[in-house]
Design a protein around this ligand. Structure first.
Ligand code: TPP
Length: 300
């Protein structure tokens, strides 16, 4: 019985993710939503490492790992090969990686994939840090977050830059579908993967994934914090089709929370609460959340 249950998971139990890993929740949800008729190309990163500890693999679907930077290129080759074999409609192709793979080192390869118009869904598991190699900052690390390459101290408030707006950048490439989602609401992931895979052409899904060690949180708190990120406006959840915003996850007035509820639980932001100057930084983060609420119409 237990064996049958494991077999029914397309990303099986028994992997080596940390307890409370949001990326594991999200990736399992993506795999289940995609179903068995899929080929996955995976960038180097935590997800690749924790699901494929030699000689085992969690993957119950065809899955390939090549390099940190080229999941989108590998997926492009697979998609073209399926077309050449006359099997294009039979099998879906997914490329996936972390925020470092997506926003930084693999961005050129993704740009090419989008530009050429491949029939691929690219999924970014956004832990907001290079989780696998010891929590270095990425282009999706939020403002003021402490990472090992953006330390906080007398001369620094942590990461000095805002998150790169990848959904807008990829929509501008002409991606037919661009969406954000969160490990905090797995049913939202399921709906978006199914919708994305029902469309043809290049598609992009970015999923906010709590990283227990990278964010400095208790392993029981990740999912709750991911929901607060949404309900404070810090991580807007939306869909764009053909470059046009078509749907957002609304924040109900009684669910709206100040960003401080999100920040105060995480060691990566703890320096903001230790000196009086931190108040201005928290205020700036609140203003960024307010501007997301306005930009995406999260409360109207
Ligand atoms: C060309 C190259 N540079 C650096 C590395 C080392 N490396 C492996 S995984 C990784 C970080 C991955 O971070 P991210 O893409 O955010 O995924 P996560 O681990 O957070 O899921 C790095 C820097 C590598 N494998 N290849």
């Amino acid at each position: 019985m237990a064996h049958e249950q494991v077999e029914s998971r397309l990303m099986a139990y028994g992997h080596t993710a940390c307890a409370g890993c949001g990326e594991a929740v999200a990736a399992r949800t993506v795999a289940e939503a995609a179903g068995p008729d899929v080929i996955i190309a995976n960038a180097t990163g935590c997800l690749e490492v924790f699901t494929t500890r030699f000689p085992r693999s969690s993957w119950q679907v065809p899955w390939i790992h090549s390099l940190f930077e080229n999941a989108a290129s590998v997926a492009s080759g697979i998609e073209v090969a399926l077309k050449a074999l006359g099997r294009a409609g039979e099998v879906k192709v997914i490329a996936q990686g972390g925020d470092g793979a997506t926003a930084d080192i693999g961005m050129g390869a993704i740009s090419g994939m989008l530009e050429r118009g491949h029939d691929i869904l690219y999924v970014c598991y956004d832990t907001e840090v290079y989780s696998n190699t010891g929590y270095q900052r990425s282009g999706l690390t939020p403002l003021d977050a402490l990472t090992t390459t953006s330390p906080a101290g007398a001369m620094s408030w942590g990461n000095a830059t805002r998150k790169k707006d990848l959904p807008a950048i990829f929509a501008a490439h002409g991606a037919v579908y661009v969406a954000t989602s969160t490990a905090g609401f797995p049913t939202d992931i399921t709906r978006k993967v199914k919708k994305a895979l029902s469309l043809a052409g290049p598609r992009y899904l970015q999923i906010h994934c709590p990283c227990v060690a990278g964010w400095g949180i208790d392993s029981s708190k990740g999912i709750r914090l991911a929901r607060i990120a949404v309900n404070s406006g810090l991580y807007p959840i939306f869909e764009m089709e053909e470059g046009v915003l078509t749907r957002v996850r609304k924040i109900k007035p009684d669910e709206l929370l100040p960003v401080v509820e999100y920040l105060k639980e995480q060691k990566r932001f703890s320096h903001l609460f230790k000196s009086p100057g931190g108040r201005d930084h928290i205020e700036a983060i609140q203003l960024a959340a307010n501007s997301n609420i306005e930009r995406y119409g999260l409360m109207t």
